[in-house]
Design a protein around this ligand. Structure first.
Ligand code: 13P
Length: 254
């Protein structure tokens, strides 16, 4: 049985006091939830990590980014060792904002995956096509290529901790969500790719999250898709009540 996961990516939002308040509210909400079958992750910005982690009781804190070198002259960067030092073990890799705005290449993303897995971190690897790619009808091959570029240097055993997030770029922060048909067919495509390139066993194990304008209004239909194992939530994760509603939608389905 695959893990059901709801994760919040705060991106470059909120301040320390917000993080503490959010953690208190979410703890309270999760504590009073009877059916806790969903794993909950929150990814605050670097400066909020410690405050959030210290206050998180029923959910886990992860980092949005890191630099895949052990240490050294990399001004402004944060290593995985430094994240470990904060008792963290989950990271997001390959978010489209990092690929597009910060020119992270497929090769660099693979390097980050190596570093994360080598250090026993759980990586959430994001993949997703732009609107142009979809309009040209190349979205399935594009996603296969992104998967191959990130994962082709690993074996199935190394990828057991991997979580994937399908985040179509055209759906991120736009208010336009993938339809249930679009989400389900892409998640099926990703799972078949994992079966063909690794094993059915691995494909059945890896949770595939959907991300892109997912909120309390559309989460139920998206999470009801058989191959959608949860959500990576941006805007709607900034408010503890809204985020909790999304988690409870997932809890209510299983
Ligand atoms: P939104 O939910 O704000 O569209 O962001 C999705 C996302 O990029 C999560 O990583």
């Amino acid at each position: 049985m695959r893990k059901k996961i709801v994760a919040g990516n705060w991106k470059m939002n909120l301040l320390k006091d917000d993080a503490i308040r959010f953690a208190e509210e979410l703890n309270q909400g999760l504590f009073s939830t009877d059916n806790r079958t969903t794993d909950v992750f929150v990814f605050p910005g670097f400066t909020l990590l410690e405050a959030a982690r210290q206050n998180a009781e029923y959910f886990k804190i992860g980092a949005q980014n890191f630099y895949p070198k052990q240490s050294g002259a990399f001004t402004g960067e944060v290593s995985i060792e430094q994240l470990k030092d904060l008792n963290l073990d989950v990271v997001i890799i390959g978010h489209s904002e990092r690929r597009i705005l910060f020119n992270e290449s497929n090769q660099f993303i693979q390097e980050k995956l190596f570093s994360a897995l080598d250090n026993d971190f759980t990586p959430i690897l994001c993949i997703g096509e732009t609107l142009d790619v979809r309009n040209n009808g190349h979205h399935f091959s594009f996603i296969s290529e992104q998967l191959a570029a990130a994962l082709n240097a690993f074996n199935a055993h190394q990828l057991e901790k991997l979580i994937l997030a399908y985040e179509p770029v055209w759906a991120i922060g736009t208010g336009i969500t993938a339809s249930t048909e679009q989400a389900e067919e892409m998640h099926c495509h990703i799972r078949s790719w994992l079966t063909n390139n690794f094993s059915l066993e691995l494909a059945e194990k890896i949770s595939i999250l959907y991300g892109g304008s997912c909120n309390e209004m559309n989460a139920k239909e998206l999470f009801s898709c058989p191959n959608v194992d949860g959500g990576l939530i941006g805007g709607a994760s900034l408010n503890a009540k809204q985020f909790l509603s999304i988690i409870n939608i997932m809890n209510g389905l299983f």
